[in-house]
Ligand binder design. Structure first.
Ligand SMILES: NC(=O)c1ccc[n+]([C@@H]2O[C@H](COP(=O)([O-])OP(=O)(O)OC[C@H]3O[C@@H](n4cnc5c(N)ncnc54)[C@H](O)[C@@H]3O)[C@@H](O)[C@H]2O)c1
Length: 321
């Protein structure tokens, strides 16, 4: 094992594809990191991205950006895994479980061998299954291995609600929980704008929405990636921005509540699986998972979502020893 001490502002990114390279760019613009290491099995690709990023140094922050092998994640406060196949048009995230499971199986023991003290953030899909696999393979404590989960889905949900009710998305509190994928669950019972439920807001402002419109709003949230992938082949700007927000909460020890994928035990009958619930994020990773109260229908949907994730995990469990 490496004994290199963790540098709080060094970030390693594994996978220099659409998501990884865009994350490196967004992170460079953010000024949060002093050092960014971009790692890819296609070394030329990582080096090309690094050259391009470094050419912008006069216009961005002055982080040191370099390419490296997996051993270069030593000393990183966070190693972000974005390596792996994305969805083809029409393909479900869960369809990627075998292919990307093999990549996580290969990478995680190497990461932990070089960097036993750093956090791991997983973005590779299907992200809940990959995060659970990463945690099991790592031997780390659950708070140290975090899936990006439904940070993106919740942002999509808030954007659409904000447009419907004609307010800033920052003023909308709304969560998608469960799987980052087809079985995800909108927590309608907890949606608020200025502390008002949607019914109260509709009555007060005249921006009413009926049940059918709200269901359509959720469908467009859940299926957003299918549309973008059909149009341009991949999604990457929004998830990269979301990962920067997650890294900010970690680097600055902000105790920000974000819906990330984490180990769930004893919540509405869900046990021993990674899925998204609102979680307090700081320097040590997940400081606390918030067990919000759900309606009966939401709890039932969450159990269904956990069952989908578990079924996908069971397809690869035998390869993860
Ligand atoms: N969590 C989310 O919300 C979210 C959003 C978008 C995409 N994703 C997922 O992120 C992943 C990456 O998507 P992308 O569009 O960047 O794909 P991409 O094909 O553009 O890039 C993937 C990169 O991973 C590299 N790679 C593969 N195996 C590797 C290994 N063993 N070691 C090092 N590098 C390796 C490839 O060489 C490639 O450069 C996919 O699984 C995708 O589904 C997740």
């Amino acid at each position: 094992m490496s004994s290199e001490p963790v540098s709080p502002t060094r970030i390693a990114i594994i996978g220099a594809g659409h998501v990884g390279a865009t994350l490196a760019y967004a992170l460079l613009l953010s000024g949060l990191a002093s050092e960014i290491v971009l790692i890819d099995q296609n070394r030329a690709r990582a080096e090309g991205e690094v050259d391009d990023l470094n050419d912008g140094v006069l216009f961005t922050s002055t982080a040191r950006v370099r390419a490296g092998g997996v051993e270069e994640c030593a000393g990183a406060a966070v190693t972000v895994i974005t390596a792996g196949a994305g969805q083809h048009p029409g393909q479900k995230r869960l369809d990627l479980v075998e292919q990307n499971g093999a990549i996580v199986r290969e990478l995680v023991p190497e990461i932990v061998r070089r960097n036993p003290a750093g956090l791991i953030v997983v973005a590779t899909n299907p992200v809940d299954v990959m995060s659970y696999a990463a945690w099991r393979l790592s031997g780390l404590k659950p708070p140290q291995v975090i899936g990006t989960g439904t940070i993106l889905d919740s942002a999509r949900f808030r954007r659409r609600l904000a447009a419907r009710f004609d307010v800033d998305p920052h003023s909308v509190h709304a969560l998608i929980i469960g799987e980052h994928g087809d079985s995800e669950v909108p927590v309608w019972s907890r949606v608020t704008i200025a502390g008002m439920t949607l019914g109260e807001l509709g009555a007060a402002s005249g921006h009413d929405a009926d049940e059918q419109q709200l269901q359509e709003l959720f469908r467009s949230t859940r299926d957003a990636a299918y549309g973008i992938i059909a149009q341009k082949g991949a999604t990457y700007y929004a998830i990269a921005a979301g990962i920067v927000r997650l890294l900010e909460a970690i680097i600055r020890d902000q105790k920000t509540v974000l819906p990330v994928s984490t180990l769930i035990d004893g919540y509405y009958g869900v046990d021993d699986i990674y899925l998204s619930l609102p979680s307090v994020i700081g320097r040590s990773g997940v400081h606390q998972v918030l067990h919000l109260t759900l309606s009966d229908a939401e709890a039932e949907a969450l159990r269904g979502s956990a069952a989908s994730i578990r079924a996908a995990w069971e397809r690869i469990e035998g390869t993860m020893r």
